[in-house]
Design a protein around this ligand. Structure first.
Ligand code: ZN
Ligand code: ZN
Length: 145
């Protein structure tokens, strides 16, 4: 598995980005918000430090949805393409140690079939019944963050 440089884009390809270096972790999240934001059954993201992520095209058409989960001190900033609506990356404010990182959607990365695998699963308590647990992941009923 090589992570030296990964390129990615939204589906309309107006937004492009590059990732360098190693991800901190690769996360599958089964929570309700991740299902709704993707329209699918879970979300697959890589966490990186912010300096390893660079938007190379289309920064002006990124839109942000500020998601304030009830009872959380954190605000989740969900960045997506305002033309094609692909979710690209997420940052958060409210907890200083997480303000230096971001999560990037693995589905927007231009990768070969075997270039990405999950290392962690979150909100397993909400995993859809037909989805099998992934082999080799750290599993959390809720979130370790
Ligand atoms: Zn787009
Ligand atoms: Zn989630």
């Amino acid at each position: 598995m090589s992570y030296s440089k990964i390129k990615g884009s939204c589906v309309c390809e107006k937004i492009r980005y590059e990732l360098t270096g190693q991800p901190i972790t690769n996360i599958i999240c089964h929570c309700d918000t991740c299902r709704k934001i993707t329209g699918s059954v879970f979300m697959a993201n890589s966490m990186y430090t912010k300096e390893n992520f660079k938007i190379t095209a289309g920064e002006d058409i990124l839109k942000v949805y500020d998601d304030k989960p009830p009872g959380s001190k954190n605000t989740i900033h969900r960045h997506f393409c305002s033309i094609c609506s692909s979710p690209i990356y997420t940052t958060s404010t409210g907890t200083p140690e997480y303000e230096s990182v971001l999560t990037v959607t693995s589905g927007t990365m231009d990768l070969g079939n075997d270039s990405w695998k999950p290392l962690m699963e979150m909100f397993c308590m909400r995993r859809r019944g037909f989805v099998s647990p992934f082999e080799g992941t750290d599993k959390h009923e809720k979130t370790p963050y």
